[in-house]
Design a protein around this ligand. Structure first.
Ligand SMILES: Nc1ncnc2c1ncn2[C@@H]1O[C@H](COP(=O)(O)OP(=O)(O)OP(=O)(O)O)[C@@H](O)[C@H]1O
Ligand SMILES: [Zn+2]
Length: 838
């Protein structure tokens, strides 16, 4: 037995290395003549690659890790193994800190591994210790864990990681070991550059898994996608020996697909955060125990689930990036047996995600007040996902190259390598379908993304804006009309966005022309804008020329004299950029957008203060354990429409649909998957004879499904908006609302002194009610929503109360309510409730 193997056994209790890569990496680090880059999937045993050499080398290994919580885990684990490992961090009691520093200053320190955060590395207080260790040649290795945090292209970027480049320069001659999970090539290159790795030896687990067969089916070409899915599942499951996962983006799709599959003959259970904990656990345990072969889940499912016999992973909706797709689909075939990974692709789905991702990027930029090249990263990640689906080429090769691996020998393990003609034929049919239904050719009513809704599976639900419909579920009859209204609204928003973003460089994945299936959101935007113009213009209308100027990116000066709120308009707004002659309608649309943004900014201000938004990335708050699992949340604001029933001049109506950050915070704080959201859903800003007023028609608390929390991918909690028929002020408390509106441009602090708005009250109410909902104190989710709505109105209407008062009253009402009844079964349960006179 070699010394390394012996050490592996003695110190860690392992008989052998987990993989050849692990063994090779350990040996390379031990050799110590080169930097080492370890790229292995989560759980592959990367830590051992520096921990074992650290124990065998003389001196101390300095380990940089991004989070104190992660560090504590590691240190505890090592202490349990009797490995001399410690950490210096801000949470350390000073006595312990002194003890560690004393050891480090001693002639031959006992410590073998010293864990610190990148902030600590840079902190002045740590410098003497570091310099002393350096000067005495006591540093054996520099290990940088979670090295992807150095990449500004990654989601977990930590500016302090960039300082590690300087550290690296100071530690000349100390070999560096950088470790991260499988990462896109772009990120790998960033790591090498930033950490100044000198032609490192790279140890990576090959991305290619030959037992996985990848294919892509264009869902919209199928007469019945569910029947198609059923046939696929049956074939993949073969003789009932395995199981499968179908990933959907929304809980509604989960329910629907599970229901359809079960009805068609394969038992399937939904798994999503909208389910009661018991039901969700049951779905999982039944699936784990092979009692139910198929689980239809949002992507929250699978983390930590290591089931060997998953015979297929279907993506009913697109993943947000190729990296995510690789990880999710990789849950298939862990036993090494042949398994299938399929995407049921739909351009509509693509466009929804594209739109939401872009919106999220704009939101971030607006918040920051500037643009960064790296902002585009999520879009590029997503476009790689789209390209994967729309390409003519080996799917395995695409994945491997994305992760910087050499092209593998697919040998028929993907649809293209199996039969390229079939893939080409499918693409041609899809392109033909898109052309047939494309904006320029079709006069049929279209969905929000310029696609004919009738051609897409799922009908009303197929739009993916279920929550938008949800609030109006009972009004089935005019759903088509409302759908159209929403379509209009969406197109207008897209048009405006086009104006605002057209000067930005487009990050293209080489998509084809706009009449084909392969349209970027920009193309769609262009089309929708053209379409809007086509509908509105008369022959010879100058709008055409202006449109072209917009299209070609020329700056235009907007005539804003007619805007009654010009003075309040932020000059940094992309929409306020000078533009030439715009029609009155365009001006109004643009103005409406500005106003909307101001409203949005107002709500945005609140977001800044919440831990939720501060988190922003997986590892952005080193001291905050609670922030670890957050991914950036999409903002669901910014929908603008023109009132389709009135004239151009008077009908511009901005509709704001806004998630409540504090409700999200409530939902995510304790990690429970039930997400409560409130939409300050209809801040309707209209123009009435040139006078700007802010209409707030209503705020409805409602619960929606938190895919966005689970996967970081946006889910649109938009609800059908009531487009206002006239522009009369319709508001529950115009004074309050208008004051708030003004506050957007002025003193934010004013807000706290104002009486609570309905939205704020709703936030408070949902927070107070949430625990009761989680305890199953409401017979249905709708009851919870209605009760929250009822209470919010009760606590605000005709009153002026501050936050504290509202909170106290809400608490006392809710407490009293549940002291009288065990469980809320119907709306009559709260009929008697009244607020005490203040
Ligand atoms: N040779 C081995 N034999 C058995 N178990 C091992 C071996 N090497 C590591 N492990 C165990 O594998 C688990 C995962 O290891 P580790 O935490 O280092 O993974 P990782 O690759 O760093 O994952 P992450 O990306 O989550 O940090 C640990 O419980 C570790 O003890
Ligand atoms: Zn292939």
């Amino acid at each position: 037995m070699s010394a390394v193997h012996r050490a592996l056994k003695t110190h860690f209790g392992f008989d052998k290395f987990r993989s050849q890569q692990q063994e090779d990496a350990v040996k390379a680090v031990l050799k110590g003549d080169r930097d080492v880059f370890v790229l292995m999937p989560t759980g592959a045993g990367k830590s051992l690659c520096y921990q074992l050499p650290a124990l065998l080398a003389s001196g101390i290994t300095l380990v940089i890790s991004p989070l104190i919580a992660l560090i504590q885990d590691q240190v505890e684990h090592l202490k349990a193994l009797n490995v001399p490992a410690r950490s210096i961090n801000s949470k350390l009691p000073s006595a312990e800190r002194r003890q560690i520093l004393a050891d480090l200053e001693s002639e031959s320190p006992r410590l073998k591994l010293l864990y610190i955060t990148p902030e600590m590395v840079a902190s002045p207080s740590f410098q003497p210790c570091l310099s002393s260790l350096c000067a005495r040649g006591l540093l054996a290795y520099l290990a940088v864990d979670e090295a992807h945090c150095v990449s500004q292209w990654g989601h977990d970027f930590r500016p302090d990681y960039l300082k590690l480049g300087d550290l690296r320069s100071r530690l000349q001659g100390v070999p560096c070991v950088a470790l991260t999970a499988t990462a896109p090539k772009r990120v790998q290159e960033d790591i090498e550059r930033s950490l100044k790795l000198r032609s490192p030896l790279v140890f990576t687990t090959p991305v290619f898994r030959k037992n996985l067969k990848y294919d892509v089916i264009f869902r919209d070409l199928l007469p019945d996608p569910y029947v198609h899915l059923l046939a696929f599942a049956k074939e993949a499951l073969g003789g009932n020996t395995g199981c499968g996962i179908v990933y959907c983006r929304t809980r509604e799709s989960c329910e629907e697909v599970a229901h359809k599959l079960t009805k068609l003959g394969i038992p399937a259970k939904p798994y999503h955060a909208g389910l009661k904990v018991g039901d969700r656990t049951e779905s999982q345990t039944d699936w784990m125990a092979d009692k139910v072969p198929v689980i239809v889940a949002t992507i929250s499912f699978g983390m930590g689930v290591d089931k060997a016999n998953v015979r297929f992973v279907v993506h009913w909706n697109l993943a947000k990036s190729l990296a995510s797709y690789y990880q999710e689909s990789g849950r298939a075939g862990r036993d090494g047996l042949p398994s299938c990974c399929r995407i049921y692709y739909s351009p509509k789905d693509r466009d929804q995600l594209n739109f939401l991702i872009r919106k999220e990027i704009s939101r971030k930029q607006e918040k920051r007040g500037s643009e960064k090249e790296q902002d585009k990263a999520p879009l590029m990640d997503f476009e790689a996902m789209v390209a994967f689906c729309e390409q003519e080429g080996c799917r395995h090769a695409t994945i491997s190259q994305f992760f910087g691996n050499p092209k593998p020998n697919c040998a028929g393990a993907c649809d293209f390598c199996c039969d390229p003609r079939l893939v080409r034929a499918q693409l041609a049919r899809a392109a033909a379908l898109s052309t047939r239904t494309g904006p320029a050719q079709s006069a049929e009513p279209r969905g929000p993304f310029g696609f004919n809704p009738e051609l897409y599976a799922g009908g009303r639900k197929g739009y993916g804006f279920e929550r938008y419909d949800e609030e109006w579920g009972s009004e089935e009859d005019d759903s088509e009309k409302r759908k159209k209204e929403f379509g209009d609204l969406f197109r207008k928003q897209m048009s405006l966005r086009r104006v605002s973003t057209q000067t930005r460089k487009r990050v293209g994945a080489g998509f084809r022309g706009s009449s084909s299936l392969f349209q970027t959101a920009g193309d769609l935007l262009k089309n929708s804008q053209k379409e809007t113009l086509a509908t509105n213009k008369t022959p010879g209308d100058p709008i055409c020329e202006e449109e072209e100027q917009v299209e070609t990116g020329k700056t235009q000066k907007m005539k804003s004299d007619s805007s009654p709120i010009k003075a309040k308009t932020s000059t940094t707004s992309p929409l306020s950029s000078p533009s030439k002659k715009l029609t009155k309608k365009q001006q109004k649309l643009a103005e409406a957008a500005k106003d909307m943004r101001r409203i949005s900014q107002y709500f945005g201000k609140k977001q800044v203060d919440t831990p939720q938004t501060k988190a922003g990335s997986v590892i952005s708050e080193p001291e905050e354990e609670g922030s670890q699992n957050h991914t950036p949340l999409p903002n669901h604001t910014d929908l603008i429409t023109k009132n389709s029933t009135s004239t151009d001049e008077e009908s511009v109506t901005a509709v704001l649909l806004q998630k409540s950050p504090s409700a999200e915070e409530t939902a995510s704080r304790d990690g429970t998957p039930i997400n409560t959201e409130i939409t300050a859903d209809r801040a309707v800003h209209g123009y009435d004879g040139g006078r700007a007023v802010c209409h707030v028609s209503s705020f409805y608390p409602y619960i929606s499904f938190p895919q966005s929390h689970e996967n970081g991918s946006p889910s649109p909690p938009v609800k059908r908006s009531r487009v206002m028929k006239d522009t009369k002020r319709v508001t529950f408390d115009p004074v309050v609302q208008e004051t708030q509106f003004d506050t957007v441009n002025g003193d934010a602090a004013e807000i706290s002194r104002k009486p609570v708005t309905l939205k704020e009250a709703a936030d408070i109410v949902v927070r107070c009610l949430d625990p009761f909902y989680k305890k199953g104190k409401f017979a249905t989710k709708d009851l919870f929503k209605s009760f929250a709505r009822f209470l919010s109105h009760l606590l605000t209407e005709g009153k002026t109360a501050n936050r504290g008062q509202v909170k106290m009253e809400a608490k006392s009402l809710i407490k009293g309510f549940f002291s009288r009844i065990q469980r809320c079964e119907s709306e009559t349960d709260w009929r008697h409730l009244k607020v005490e006179e203040r």
